[in-house]
Write a protein that binds this ligand. Structure first.
Ligand SMILES: [Zn+2]
Length: 248
């Protein structure tokens, strides 16, 4: 069957204060009722067009558990998928650096506009490897004590029994185009074997939505059977190996 629009969701909230303000400013959170309404509408469109959609959730947030258990059973044209980085498959993942930043800002009541005065360039951080991002946080003494609210193995099992699929959000959450190709190849092989051990899908959602035709061909060669990008991210290639999603 033909696939229609596939949405990409990060955070979900029921009240505004459920997630730090930065997620609202960046358009990376959606109110639960609004999400469910939009999904019902998407299902209706799919039914009249004879199409299907993947409903994708990046960054491994537990927020997806807010979605009622039987919701997707009622909407069979929609296939929900969560994408986790290699580290998020571990029992005790670290916070992703930018997630630490947003929570720290919330605690200190800083807005995104104030970051540059603090010597923090969010856009530049996104260009770095994850280890460099962690180093930067340490140097600026930005840390969060609580465990990150990412999906646990038990949560993943719960989702799986509800018909959800699980895929990879990359070996690490950074711009993977910047890596030497042989290095990237072995990292992608690592992500894929993690998925296979876990009984998950051989699917990849490119971190930051950044990819080019070269890395897409490489991921295909390594054995990823599906790849996902983001329409809103200009740093992407043209390969038809990658399915483009829309940020909700
Ligand atoms: Zn992401």
């Amino acid at each position: 069957m033909i696939e229609l629009e596939s949405p990409c969701v990060h955070r979900i909230h029921t009240k505004k204060t459920d997630v730090p303000a930065s997620y609202h400013t960046l358009g990376m959170t959606i109110e639960l009722k609004r999400l469910l309404n939009r999904l019902e509408l998407l299902h209706k469109t799919n039914l009249s067009n004879g199409t299907t959609s993947y409903v994708t959730f990046d960054d491994g947030w537990r927020d997806v558990l807010l979605i009622p258990e039987d919701f997707f059973y009622q909407l069979p044209s929609l296939q929900p998928v969560v994408f986790l980085t290699d580290e998020q498959f571990e029992e005790r993942p670290r916070w992703m650096p930018l997630h630490t930043l947003y929570d720290w800002m919330e605690e200190k009541e800083y807005t995104l506009d104030q970051l540059s005065q603090l010597g923090i360039d969010r856009v530049k951080i996104k260009d770095w490897r994850v280890d460099e991002q962690h180093k930067f946080l340490m140097e600026h003494q930005l840390s969060i004590d609580e465990r990150p609210e990412y999906l646990s193995h038990q949560d993943l099992e719960t989702l799986r029994t509800r018909g959800w699929k699980i895929g990879s959000h990359g070996p690490e959450h950074s711009d993977l185009r910047t890596l030497p190709s042989e290095r990237l190849r072995s990292m992608l092989e690592g992500s894929l074997s993690l998925l296979l051990d876990f009984g998950a899908e051989s699917w990849l959602s490119w971190p930051e939505g950044r990819w080019d035709d070269e890395v897409a061909a490489l991921a295909h060669e390594v054995g990823f059977t599906k790849q996902f990008g983001l329409k809103e991210e200009p740093r992407s290639g043209t390969s038809s190996l990658v399915e483009m999603r829309t940020l909700w």
